[in-house]
Design a protein around this ligand. Structure first.
Ligand code: PLP
Length: 392
């Protein structure tokens, strides 16, 4: 049976709790607004009005024209839509090369790999040791065949904020389209599509207080993107399928709340993250923050614990009621170290012991204090049991 105790939740980059206002609006929409937004009758038009309101709210959050937003079923679909949609549109013109960073989310990396199997060339640009993508390295990777550059706005594991505007400027100068996966910044920082200068931007509702399975792709007006879901004429022929109205209502309300609460949250959560990070470094010897030398989104810290297997510490913390995460993936029973930390060329001891703490607006000082009380003892215990050699 699952433990029903609500943990102290430091895993907001994985997902966030629904904002109470989004929950309320969704509950109402689920109960009453069952109309199909394509229907001509009043119930259908009411559903369509909900979609329009949500679109306007999301447009306001991104400083974007609402008409340039296409609903998707989350960040993964938005990334797929951007990359596959541009690939299909530009392949007939001989553009069969993509540039992405090596620290993208799997939604981007595995979509690039899919195109590679279809004969496309893909260049993955390695980051610096601080987890930053160098615009000059992206520029150097662009060829006359390049269709698209895709570099994420903030990394989900270490929180580093990439120089997307600089990269977009370079891409534009070379006649290449630019996509950014902004799943980890929309709703956390002031994302302005015009200031970023990109052509396509992905986002996901469940990372900022909205529901899972809802997201959007912003497409600069005039950019040709082939649809990846074909069928009816929804979303002005850009994405077929009856819209999930309650989820989109929730996304819209979460976007509206995020816009209003952005600076208060940045201050509150940023101070908590800084205190957690400084507290761990002071209380636990043999710790180091990954990506510390780069600008980082204010809610994330990724800390390596010397002579500790991060998964063991994650489980020990879980038993104490804390939800955190590692970047490693479990495939066929073996733990693969994080592709992000590996791409930063960190030594294995540092990648194996890396834990991500990602905070949100509902976290409190008392929760950080509780972690700082418990963590040193857990690390001591794991170190006393390990045969891992000291890394430094
Ligand atoms: N891109 C990034 C950077 C993410 O962190 C995530 C989710 O973890 C995704 C894409 C995928 O978004 P979704 O879970 O909405 O499919």
């Amino acid at each position: 049976m699952l433990n029903s105790v609500v943990p102290i939740y430091f895993d907001h980059n994985a997902t966030t709790p629904l904002h109470p206002a989004a929950l309320e609006a969704m509950t109402r929409a689920l109960a009453a607004d069952f109309g199909n937004a394509s229907s001509v009758h009043a119930l259908g038009q009411q559903a369509k009005a909900h979609l329009d309101t949500a679109r306007a709210r999301l447009g306001a959050l991104l400083h974007a024209d609402a008409q340039d937003l296409v609903w998707t079923a989350g960040g993964t679909e938005a990334d797929n839509f951007a990359i596959r949609g541009i690939a299909e549109a530009l392949e007939p013109r001989g553009r069969t090369h993509l540039v992405a960073s090596a620290i993208e989310h799997e939604a981007v990396l595995n979509t690039c790999r899919h195109l590679e199997r279809r004969g496309w060339q893909v260049s993955l640009v390695a980051p610096t040791r601080d987890g930053l993508v160098d615009p000059a390295a992206v520029d150097a990777a662009i060829t006359p065949q390049t269709a698209l550059v895709s570099v994420m706005h903030a990394n989900n594991e270490i929180g580093t904020i990439q120089p997307v505007a600089d990269i977009a400027r370079l891409a534009q100068a070379r006649g290449v389209l630019m996509h950014t996966d902004a799943v980890q910044t929309v709703g956390k920082t002031d994302v302005d599509v015009g200031a970023l200068g990109v052509d396509l931007l992905s986002l996901s509702a469940h990372k900022f207080g909205g529901p899972k399975g809802a997201g959007a792709l912003w497409i600069r007006r005039g950019t040709r993107v082939a649809p990846i879901l074909t069928g009816g004429r929804h979303e002005r022929n850009r994405r077929a399928g009856t819209e999930n109205v309650p989820a989109i209502v929730g996304l819209g309300v979460a976007a509206e709340c995020a816009r209003r609460e952005l600076s208060a949250h940045a201050e509150h959560v940023g101070a908590l993250r800084d205190r957690l990070e400084a507290g761990v470094l002071a209380a636990v010897p043999g710790t180091v923050v990954n990506g510390a030398g780069a600008p980082r989104v204010w809610n994330t810290t990724n800390i390596s614990f010397d002579r500790v297997e991060a998964e063991s510490l994650l489980i020990a913390l879980d038993l104490e009621g804390f939800a955190v995460s590692t970047g490693s993936a479990c495939s066929s029973g073996t733990l693969e170290p994080s592709h992000v930390l590996k791409a930063m060329r960190l030594p294995p001891a540092r990648t194996q012991g890396a834990l991500r703490f990602s905070l949100g607006p509902t976290n409190t000082d008392a929760e950080v204090d509780r972690l700082l009380d418990v963590l040193p003892g857990l690390v001591d215990k794991l170190r006393s049991l390990t045969r891992m050699p000291a890394a430094r």
